[in-house]
Design a protein. Sequence first.
Length: 279
Amino acid sequence: MEAQELTLLKKIRLQPGKKINTLFMGEYHSAFKGHGLSFDSVREYQYGDDIRSIDWNVSARMRNLYVKQYIEERELSVVLMIDMSGSTEFGGGPRKRDLILEVASLFLNLAQINNDRVSACLFTDRIERYIRPKKGRKFILKVLDEILKCRPAGRGTDIGGTVDFIQRVLKKRSIIFIISDFLDRDDSFILKMKLLGRKHDIIPVQVSDPMEKEIRFFGLTEFVDLETGKVFLSDAIPEKGRFPVLTEFNAISLSTAEPIEIPILKFFEKRNRTRLTRA
């Protein structure tokens, strides 16, 4: 393992300490409270009950209105879709991939503290590795090691194909964090993410580097495509370098130039406010 990866591994393994407990744990739990509900029993209808909760079959048999009662599932099912494509190796200082690993580590540790089941899917233009859902600290460390040791066979990006794969393998409603720079030539993945979001809770986490958005040109400029290896000259930002705007989703935007804690904490706080308003 390279020295850079060893340093990163030591850093992310220290995350499950006081910092996570004090800053994130309460917000994380509250943000997804009530996410999963399981049927418990039925009781007689009372004035003010939501008519959508009426169990019509039981009501017909009993000749009186009955409503279904649910209990909150404390154990969440969390999925991390982690982009390992060539474009994530870019960075003016820290690489986008380093940021992706740090974010993945944070979510893994939050899930572990909350005793949630976690699965991970590492992808490029193919599925590089799928780790089936499990929980526990040993499992979390195993997932982190798998991510760090991953040497992708692919270089490109196929978010849409990965979404299709996740849709096939998931049997239970889940919270899906898609951690990527979302630089995919085929933008049909946005529609596929919307469709996946009908059943699951989709949270895009978009990572970027300031140099990608502040490229200065002096006439023709030489570019190297990190995913194809092709070298070309251009006097305009290549299509691949334009970041998609994920306005259809409640996304988290992160930069390699800034700490990850504040944007993620603000996301949890905003989600909590929205949930309380709807309630």
